[in-house]
Design a protein around this ligand. Structure first.
Ligand SMILES: Nc1nc2c(ncn2[C@@H]2O[C@H](COP(=O)(O)OP(=O)(O)OP(=O)(O)O)[C@@H](O)[C@H]2O)c(=O)[nH]1
Ligand SMILES: [Mg+2]
Length: 561
């Protein structure tokens, strides 16, 4: 037996101590992970992590001086006998009728006070709680002070309620002693449904082969070896394995001393929670990858988005109108004064879109209106192009992310889709299209046009006056001559010709300047539309990518033992 006890000591010594602060930091990291992925990943995948955070918080807040150890096993393996043998009292009925134990019994070594709240939380009814603290014991039991031993119902029970009770308690206790017997130690239920599940809790797992007295002494080592092989296959390599005889005090020495050591170390609760964190981290691992979070979609994809947004926002229609408006307004300022009125009669192309009209016209302050412009609604093709561009943004941004994330990125990219049309319209309405001021050269050309027209009018007046004087028989005016041509005629014809000439020369200049005005407006509109795309499509995507980065860092911290 002492040999076995030595092996237990060795196994425990081999395990590192769990630092409470480090454990709390790991739990905080799990909490950070949950906060980062909240609303982004399916809740079903996060249940174990939420459960851990809640349970661990409660367990750490309760007595850390107590160690809750459960005896778990199949019916008839001898759990209650062992419970009674350790308590040295008949506390839990042992029977021949199977299963015997239907509700969990607890025995507390030491005063009940600190243990009561722990047992309330674990959920052992007060009438099934016993205290192993009496003057009769003298110092015999002090080594187990702080132990709360639980006798569980059978986990392979025909009674469903027994299995539920066992499963519930196995999630809460600090350490489990798995009790098997020579007949059923190889049962698949215990290995497949239970022991294997505890492979990350090796350092709070202890296995006992009870009823060792029922085996011929030569058989015992063979059975223990066989059981060890099965435990190795369960992933429980190195867990302490003891042979016990619950009905013989001498057959309980090894287990008792193992429990004494566990209680003295006060590590089981921390080790159990550390194992829980390991398990949760392993289940969450597939939710984050090893690659650094992407910064967002590539430039080409963003450019495609901006182009699709510009199309949907009617930027081509507005830039076209800017070109026309430039020509219209330039015509009204620089055209031949005789036909300028005709320009003014035609509606300004920008006013038709409810965009700022001619310089100084603020009759419709477009900036202040929600649906400010009358830019044509996007066509079905433009709408679908925008949908595709947004999907491409999500696809590119989520390209390197693990499978759980692309859906969240797509949802984020589309999250403000309903607000997009108004935002685009406001952006168009608020863009300075660059037609606010009348260029100086318009005024110069306009001035020249007025001068030459004035000359023509003076010439005409002069000629009409001369004609009238002649008609009334009055002395004619003395018309000065310029070369062979009388001055009034020169003024009239020269003025008319010069006006037409200036108009003809100005036209290509206006066309060139209109193209420039159009290009400038297009650039400004595209920039504004891109800003909307950034705010309404890319920013929500970046938030999800940031969350991914935080979740990934948090999980890495949580994994650090
Ligand atoms: N020979 C021998 N008999 C034992 C030993 N341990 C328990 N038994 C007997 O095995 C039977 C079952 O023991 P229990 O302690 O009631 O078993 P249990 O695991 O509590 O069973 P359930 O409460 O039904 O889950 C009883 O008759 C015990 O006397 C042992 O080490 N050796
Ligand atoms: Mg029992």
């Amino acid at each position: 037996m002492s040999n076995i006890t030595g092996r237990i000591r060795e196994a425990f010594r081999g395990d590192q101590r769990v630092d409470p602060d480090a454990l709390i930091a790991r739990l905080d990291a799990v909490r950070r992970f949950l906060a980062a992925v909240d609303g982004l990943l399916p809740d079903a995948q996060l249940v174990p992590a939420h459960t851990l955070v809640e349970r661990a918080g409660t367990r750490l807040a309760l007595s850390r001086d107590h160690t809750v150890i459960a005896l778990a096993g199949a019916t008839g393996s001898g759990k209650s006998s062992m419970f009674n043998a350790l308590a040295r009292l008949e506390l839990s009925p042992v029977g021949v009728r199977r299963p015997t134990t239907g509700v969990t019994h607890a025995c507390v070594w030491g005063p009940l006070e600190g243990a009561s709240r722990l047992l309330d939380w674990v959920g052992v009814l007060p009438r099934h709680r016993f205290v192993r603290e009496s003057a009769l014991d003298a110092d015999d039991e002090t080594a187990l002070h702080g132990l709360i031993l639980l006798d569980l119902p059978d986990f392979d029970s025909v009674q469903r309620s027994h299995r539920l009770e066992v499963d519930r308690l196995l999630g809460l206790v600090d350490q489990v002693v798995w009790v098997v017997d020579p007949q059923k130690y190889a049962d698949r239920v215990i290995h497949d449904s239970y022991l294997r599940e505890f492979h990350r809790h090796r350092d709070v797992t202890l296995v006992v082969l009870n009823q060792a007295d029922r085996l011929p002494p030569t058989e015992l080592p063979r059975v223990l070896d066989d059981l060890r092989r099965l435990l190795d296959a369960d992933g429980l390599t190195g867990v302490p394995l003891l042979a016990t005889v619950a009905i013989d005090p001498a057959g309980m020495v090894g287990l008792r001393s193992a429990l004494e050591q566990t209680v003295a170390e006060r590590q089981a609760a921390l080790r159990r929670l550390a194992g829980d964190v390991d398990t949760v981290v392993a289940t969450l691992d597939e939710l984050v990858g090893s690659a650094a979070p992407p910064r967002g979609p590539d430039d080409a994809t963003v450019r495609d988005l901006d182009r699709a947004l510009a199309g949907a926002a009617g930027v081509p229609a507005v830039t076209e109108a800017v070109g026309q408006a430039y020509r219209h307004r330039a015509g009204a300022s620089t055209g031949w004064p005789v036909v300028r009125g005709w320009w003014r009669l035609r509606p300004d192309p920008l006013r038709r879109l409810h965009l700022p009209g001619p310089a100084g016209d603020r009759s419709e302050p477009a900036e202040s209106l929600a649906a400010a412009t009358s830019v044509p609604d996007p066509t079905a093709a433009q709408r679908s192009a925008l949908g595709l561009a947004i999907r491409a943004v999500a696809d590119r941004a989520a390209h390197d992310l693990p499978a759980a994330w692309p859906a969240a990125v797509t949802t984020a990219a589309r999250s403000r889709l309903a607000d997009l049309p108004d935002a685009l319209d406001r952006a168009i309405a608020g863009t300075d299209l660059g037609l606010g001021r009348r260029p100086l050269w318009w005024r110069l050309v306009g001035g020249v046009q007025w001068l030459v027209t004035l000359a023509a009018v003076v010439g005409l007046g002069w000629l009409v006056l001369g004609y009238l004087l002649r008609a009334l028989g009055l002395p004619a005016l003395d018309n000065p001559m310029v070369g062979q041509v009388p001055l009034p005629t020169l003024l009239l014809l020269g003025g008319l010709l010069a006006g037409l000439l200036v108009a003809a020369l100005t036209r290509p200049l206006v066309r060139w300047a209109a193209r420039r005005a159009r290009a400038r407006a297009e650039q400004r509109l595209t920039a504004e539309v891109a800003r909307v795309g950034d705010e309404y499509v890319l920013a929500p995507v970046r938030i999800v990518l940031d969350s991914y980065g935080q979740a990934r860092d948090a999980l890495r911290d949580a994994a650090r033992r």
